[in-house]
Design a protein around this ligand. Structure first.
Ligand code: UDP
Length: 327
């Protein structure tokens, strides 16, 4: 099988490529290296059947040419990270709307099964205990750029879904809940690698708001096998499926845990949202996935707990020459 992976040089995309190559598939990565990095792919360079193409998903001809040769498409390219979205709202919208449309249209035109990566952000401010796939979205104001990622990803899901239904081409939408692991950078947001980097440098650990907000971090090592199985499961076609972890933690609790597991001397400091993200930022207070649909479809059960996840990131950082400085 030949797979095109958009965003394959990114954190989740590069782990997906590792799995696909290990399974003996040909892999073509399309990535503009805006937030992704060739370092994430060094282990695959020179592997027979692995190709890297530096390019933009807004380039329709390039996307079409790559997709028409493929047997399956995994679309993970996106403008991601809270800082990135808030700082570059127009560019982010373009990539997340037009880029996805280009990829989905190319897949459908060539009858190539496709997966579109989505996010728990599509639930917006809905903080129900165990968010289910058909729960309502509760967005903030349409003119707050903070919500542009959530709004664009919600439309991406519709584009993917409607094309899938109308064409009959297999389509899977994966909703990732705070997926973390080695290779993720804290440069654009992403609290776990940020806290780990701060702890390893002995720098203050920056908790935004009160730290009472809660998240459930999922391991990339649980999520990738899950998404690959979904693509092989016809009952999953034309569905949006939550994928994530099972252990919920407050952000203050996360900071404590990172300090404990790294043996760091860092102090924990509290920073206002305005100072962290600019005026009017609205945070989600809680985001916990109900993964029972994935369990029913493919027997999905996340096996990594929070300590496993933090330890895997710490080990990766320690193996690098220097600890990167978060923005
Ligand atoms: N956060 C934090 N300190 C940081 C970065 C993020 O306290 O240095 C908080 C952020 O405000 C949010 C949570 O950690 O409440 C998760 O942030 P992230 O950007 O990782 O993901 P989100 O769930 O917001 O998309």
């Amino acid at each position: 099988m030949k797979a095109v992976v958009t965003g394959g040089a990114g954190f989740i995309g590069s782990h997906l490529c590792d799995h696909l190559v290990a399974q003996g598939h040909e892999v073509v990565v399309l990535d503009d290296l805006s937030t992704g990095s060739m370092e994430n792919l060094t282990q695959l360079e020179g592997t027979p059947g692995f190709t890297f193409v530096q390019g933009d998903i807004l380039d329709r001809d390039l996307v079409r040419n790559l997709v028409e040769e493929a047997d399956t498409v995994f679309h993970l390219a996106a403008a991601v990270g809270v800082y990135n979205i808030v700082d570059n709202p127009l560019k982010s919208l373009r990539i997340n709307l037009q880029g996805t449309e280009n990829v989905v249209e190319a897949a459908v035109a060539n009858r190539v099964p496709y997966m579109v990566a989505s996010t728990s952000e599509v639930y917006g401010k809905n903080d129900a205990d165990g968010l289910k796939e058909d729960d309502d979205r509760i967005y903030g104001s349409p003119i707050k750029s903070r919500w542009s990622y959530a709004a664009a990803k919600g439309l991406d899901e519709l584009v993917a879904y409607v094309h899938g239904v109308e064409s009959g081409v297999p389509c899977v939408i994966t909703r990732f809940f705070n997926v973390v692991g080695p290779r993720q950078t804290g440069q654009y947001g992403m609290v776990v690698p940020r806290f780990v980097d701060q702890a390893l440098r002995g720098a203050p650990i920056t908790v935004y708001g009160t730290g009472a907000q809660r998240r459930c971090f999922g391991s990339v090592f649980d999520v990738i096998p899950g998404l690959l199985r979904l693509m092989e499961t016809p009952e999953a076609y034309n569905q949006a499926v939550n994928l994530g972890g099972h252990e919920e933690v407050s952000i203050k609790g996360l900071a404590d845990r990172v300090v404990e597991l790294t043996g760091s001397t860092s102090e924990i400091v509290y920073i206002d949202y305005e100072q962290a993200y600019g005026d009017g930022y609205e945070d989600m207070q809680r985001r916990y996935p109900d993964t029972s649909l994935a369990h029913r479809l493919i027997g999905y059960r996340p096996t990594r707990n929070l300590n496993d996840i933090i330890n895997s990131i710490v080990a990766h950082r320690r193996a690098q020459d220097s600890v990167p400085q978060p923005a």
